[in-house]
Design a protein around this ligand. Structure first.
Ligand SMILES: Cc1cc2nc3c(=O)[nH]c(=O)nc-3n(C[C@H](O)[C@H](O)[C@H](O)COP(=O)(O)OP(=O)(O)OC[C@H]3O[C@@H](n4cnc5c(N)ncnc54)[C@H](O)[C@@H]3O)c2cc1C
Length: 426
């Protein structure tokens, strides 16, 4: 299958057309959902200079896909294809200690009856990004989404359409642009939308680890003084038989010293934090370090432009919710556009974009505040804070009702849940 389609050269302006800038997981999901719902009645274009490389550029990354987004993939008929690369997270074990502590007291466990719907549905699956993006690209082509390996240079809104110029010299006039061009979104800046946020003095180090013992669907989050160290279960495989992804938060100033040595030294640093529970370990992929930020766009919309994914919000990865927020945004935007099209209205109209923003703003701000607060509470070595948080975690552990509430938050099944996340058709 060819990597891209022909560019949208010389197409007529249309109120039944949408251009998605950026071919990440949330934006491809939006494109597939809309094209499946409307077929030839809606023209959907996805453009990204990275499309030339296909899904390979996502190798080594894995995401905790919450129960809500998984139901959306089921509704879109994609979950059976994704499932081969998805490991159910059945238990989450949380501990609070220092590196090198001989024992890591467990303060909180999720699982065994606190699942998303109480019907044995895991609250999340760990899904590897390369196969997930591969499935989404195939589904986009099958549905008739036009994939263009070029970036958006400019987008100028007019009365009935927004005119988009691409880096390959082509132009298109569409009713709406979904700007999913990442945290440093040029489209957001071009539209004059402000950004509120800051950088953490921390980096997120990600790697794929092979280990000798089965994780049995358990995820571990060890809160260490420099930040959380998460071990997240992946599908079995590799020479040692079992695999997990790690997301290791460290002070950015220490990253070079920790990862600058040879492979054996890097593995030894990982082993000190990974612990011995899963037996012998080996590095399969990585590590790679990503500076961490928090940021929210002052608005999620401008005339004929909707911000999606990291272009709209970036949060601390300690709860694995960044992509899930983007997927909830994709579901909400697909619902708003579909509602307008079914009534014969303009999908790029202000009222449609206002509806999208209202559906997502509160949840997004709440999640950003929650992850920021948890990071401040845990990423330090203050004895007083440590005693307080450990007492708090112990209390939550003994209260099934509260645990179900937290699982609801982590499953992206809260607040104004868009239809697709509830497993309902658009
Ligand atoms: C260490 C770490 C661990 C994480 N773990 C999790 C997790 O477990 N679960 C979770 O839900 N989230 C997690 N996240 C968050 C998640 O990675 C991001 O929220 C998600 O990848 C954002 O996707 P996106 O498509 O919005 O942006 P990006 O992935 O940044 O994609 C933007 C795309 O836009 C393209 N682009 C740029 N400019 C243009 C242009 N002008 N025109 C067209 N295209 C353009 C780029 O080529 C790129 O493909 C983690 C983040 C970090 C840092």
């Amino acid at each position: 299958m060819s990597a891209t389609d022909h560019p949208p050269r010389g197409r007529r302006a249309g109120s039944r057309s949408l251009l998605v800038a950026g071919a990440g997981i949330a934006s491809l999901t939006l494109a597939v959902a809309l094209k499946r719902a409307h077929g030839p009645a809606l023209d959907v274009i996805v453009c990204d200079p990275g499309l030339e490389a296909g899904a390979v550029r996502h190798r080594g990354r894995a995401y905790a896909v919450a129960a809500g987004p998984r139901r959306m993939y089921e509704q879109l008929g994609l979950w059976p294809r994704i499932a081969a690369a998805a490991e159910p997270m059945r238990r989450l074990v949380i501990s609070d200690s220092r590196v090198g502590d001989p024992v890591r007291p467990v303060f909180l466990t999720f699982g065994d009856g606190t699942e998303a719907r109480g019907e044995g549905e895991p609250f999340a699956h760990m899904v590897e990004a390369e196969p997930l993006v591969g499935v989404l690209l195939d589904a986009a082509r099958e549905a008739g989404v036009r994939l263009v390996a070029a970036g958006v240079r400019a987008a100028v809104p007019g009365p009935g359409a927004i005119r988009v110029s691409l880096s390959d010299g082509s132009e298109a006039s569409v009713a709406l642009v979904a700007a999913a061009d990442g945290a440093r979104s040029a489209l957001r800046e071009g539209a004059g939308i402000g950004w509120v946020g800051w950088s953490y003095p921390q980096s997120g180090i990600v790697a794929t680890i092979q280990h000798a013992r089965d994780h049995e669907g358990r995820a571990f989050e060890h809160f260490l003084p420099s930040g959380p160290f998460a071990i997240l279960p992946l599908v079995a495989g590799g020479e040692l038989g079992h695999r997990s992804s790690i997301v290791w938060t460290e002070r950015s100033a220490d990253v070079r010293a920790l990862l600058g040595g040879d492979a054996a030294e890097t593995l030894a640093e990982i082993e000190r934090r990974f612990g011995a529970e899963l037996g012998r370990i080996a590095l399969e992929h990585g590590p790679s370090a990503h500076p961490l930020h928090l940021g929210i766009a002052r608005s999620f919309r401008a005339p004929r432009l909707a911000l999606l994914g990291d272009a709209a919000h970036v949060i601390h990865p300690l709860a694995g919710q960044g992509l899930n927020l983007g997927l909830a945004g994709a579901a909400a935007l697909a619902e708003a556009v579909t509602g307008a099209l079914r009534l014969g209205l303009d999908p790029g109209a202000d009222a449609v974009l206002r509806g999208y923003e209202q559906a997502r703003r509160f949840d997004t701000v709440a999640m950003a505040a929650a992850t920021d607060g948890l990071n401040r509470l845990f990423s330090n070595d203050s004895l007083t804070l440590r005693l307080t948080r450990d007492f708090g975690l112990g209390l939550v552990d003994r209260m099934p009702g509260l645990k179900r509430f937290f699982i609801g938050q982590a499953s992206a099944l809260r607040g104004q849940t868009p239809r697709l996340l509830r497993g309902e058709a658009l």
